[in-house]
Design a protein. Structure first.
Length: 160
């Protein structure tokens, strides 16, 4: 995503990560910043992080208020990272311009959810991972797991 924004569209890219990202063609076009600075400066915030105890509820009222007025928020990570009521309040107040949501706290999104028909929300049916690369990796993992199970071994990726 950062590569497309920076190299494809010439956008300045800010990111927040525990350690600097070492991508040769991207390093000169992306700058690592602290989370609070990212919220203050970014025109578009895109979440692409895992759900952990540290990230659960990460985006709440204070974080949306800290975002630049008129910013766009996109969640392609996990629904539980976002307090949806706080997001709705930020959208309804006009502080946030729009939100693109591929994931929700409750999935499928309930028919009566205010996010479903909100004029500032573009909701997608959890298809953010629908890239050729991701689908290929998913197929390879499924095949590897099947072959390991058939050989009497414990598959690398299991649900317990």
């Amino acid at each position: 995503m950062a590569r497309r924004g920076a190299l494809g569209f010439g956008m300045p890219v800010l990111y927040c990560n525990r350690s600097p990202v070492q991508v040769p063609d991207l390093t000169a076009h992306a700058r690592r910043v602290e989370f609070e600075e990212l919220l203050r400066q970014a025109d578009i915030i895109v979440l692409t992080l895992p759900l952990t105890e540290q990230t659960r509820g990460l985006m709440g009222a204070a974080q949306f208020a800290a975002m630049k007025a008129g910013a766009i928020f996109i969640n392609g990570a996990r629904g539980a990272i976002v307090h949806e009521e706080a997001l709705l309040a930020a959208l309804d107040s006009g502080h946030l311009r729009a939100a693109g949501l591929d994931v929700f706290a409750t999935e499928p999104l309930p028919p009566d959810s205010p996010l479903r028909n909100h004029p500032r929300v573009t909701a997608t049916p959890h298809i953010g991972s629908a890239t050729h690369e991701t689908r290929r990796a998913m197929a390879q993992l499924a095949t590897s797991n099947l072959l390991e199970a058939l050989a009497g071994k414990r598959p690398a990726a299991t649900v317990t």
